[in-house]
Design a protein around this ligand. Structure first.
Ligand code: ADP
Length: 154
């Protein structure tokens, strides 16, 4: 029995897990939602990031805690300001697909300095139309790591 080998196997297993098996439910707002309501939603849902969709239901943008904070310390009317004005928009969104691995998700989050990734299905290649089907966060990665390390008690 080789302890180090066992650890290596677990680490490998962890890295090859698919996004589809770990993705969480995305918290979604319409991009016309006011920044005020988005802040309320962030607290109600206890998440760090909201995803905005357009009238067709396609992914339109990402709204993070700091996006909301930055806007809130400005002197704007948060009840009147739509999320579409402050969100990070398509085509600048970093996305991931269900068949990609947690290793790819981790790399995308670290290299782009972001906390979460929308999990998407591309509807129209090249047209930036994506259906939002989930989210992966840094917490997802930590949870998956813990689960796999606990599965095989070493
Ligand atoms: P916070 O801003 O609360 O620290 P993030 O680090 O996730 O949260 O976000 C940093 C910036 O990157 C924000 O302006 C946010 O809109 C943007 N952002 C977050 N996630 C993504 C993503 N998947 N693709 C592109 N931009 C993103």
């Amino acid at each position: 029995f080789n302890h180090n080998y066992e650890v290596k196997l677990q680490a490998e297993k962890f890295l090859h897990q698919k996004v589809v098996d770990y993705k969480a439910h995305p918290i979604v707002v319409d991009k016309s939602t006011s920044v005020y309501d988005a802040i309320v939603q962030l607290f109600l849902e206890d998440v760090g990031t909201l995803y905005a969709v357009d009238s067709s239901g396609y992914l339109a943008g990402v709204i993070s805690r700091k996006d909301l904070l930055r806007t809130a310390i400005g002197n704007q009317d948060l009840q009147e300001l739509p999320c579409s004005v402050i969100m990070t928009r398509m085509p600048n969104l970093i996305t991931i697909t269900p068949d990609e691995t947690l290793l790819e998700a981790a790399k995308k989050m670290i290299s782009n300095h972001i906390d979460s990734l929308p999990v998407v299905k591309e509807i129209n290649p090249g047209n930036h139309t994506y259906l939002l089907i989930g989210r992966i966060t840094k917490t997802t990665i930590t949870r998956a790591y813990l689960e796999i390390m606990e599965q095989n008690s070493i």
